[in-house]
Design a protein around this ligand. Structure first.
Ligand code: SF4
Length: 215
């Protein structure tokens, strides 16, 4: 089996592969960002409506917790890209948001040591704000709420593993931080670089990593 040379997140509007004998109109797919996979039922109905109107009604899920609508004819791409839904769930998100992944955390998991998805979005939004205008290389930021690692933090550019820490006698939500994990054709586990970072201090700790971490 041929190995893929690069890892792709399937975001953006991209051509689908066709056989050389296929003479029908070229087809495209749109992959768009659903930060940490959280979507409302109202948004999901709009996704289904767009899939029906522009494609064949198919919707696919990515391992990065995002969505893909395939089978869109080339002539429909202009109208598709102007759909208001993509203001909320963009197909061209910031480098910080496009690789954001989180396990369910204590919303639904009894093993979780901390809440994860809410923290992941909050920290990412603040990093986006602080890093606006800076050049940022593609990266992934993954969160797991405990050592089980369902958020695959050990294969992320920056990974967080939830924990509890003590600050001035108070027990607070915190995370261990690891970096430079990789999946795909040349995999390697991340390296731990910080332990017990209180969530309230995490943006300060991650800002230099987002900007300067060599990749
Ligand atoms: S990593 Fe831990 S907290 Fe997150 S879903 Fe898995 S078991 Fe639950």
């Amino acid at each position: 089996m041929r190995k893929a040379k690069v890892h792709t997140d399937h975001l953006g509007i991209n051509p689908q592969k066709h056989s050389s004998t296929d003479e029908s109109e070229p087809l495209y797919y749109v992959g768009f960002n659903v930060p940490v996979g959280r979507i409302t039922s109202e948004q999901m109905r709009r996704v289904a409506d767009i899939a029906d109107r522009y494609g064949t009604g198919d919707i696919r899920l990515t391992t990065g917790q995002n969505l893909v609508i395939p089978n869109i004819p080339e002539s429909r791409i202009g109208a598709l890209s102007n759909e208001p839904l993509f203001q909320e769930l963009p197909f061209n998100p910031s480098p910080i948001m496009r690789g954001l992944v989180s396990c369910t955390g204590n919303d639904y998991c009894p093993m979780a040591l901390i809440e994860t998805k809410g923290y992941a979005i909050k920290v990412a939004r603040e990093l986006e704000r602080r890093c606006a205008g800076r050049k940022i290389a593609p990266l992934t930021i993954h969160w797991s709420g405990c050592p089980a690692g369902c958020g695959l933090h050990q294969i992320a550019t920056i990974g967080m593993q939830g924990c509890r820490s003590r600050v001035n006698g108070q027990v607070v939500d915190a995370a261990h931080v690891c970096v430079n994990g990789k999946a795909g054709p040349d995999p390697s586990p991340a390296t731990d670089i910080m332990y017990d970072v209180p969530i309230s201090r995490l943006v300060d700790a991650l800002e230099p990593l987002v900007t300067y971490l060599p990749r």
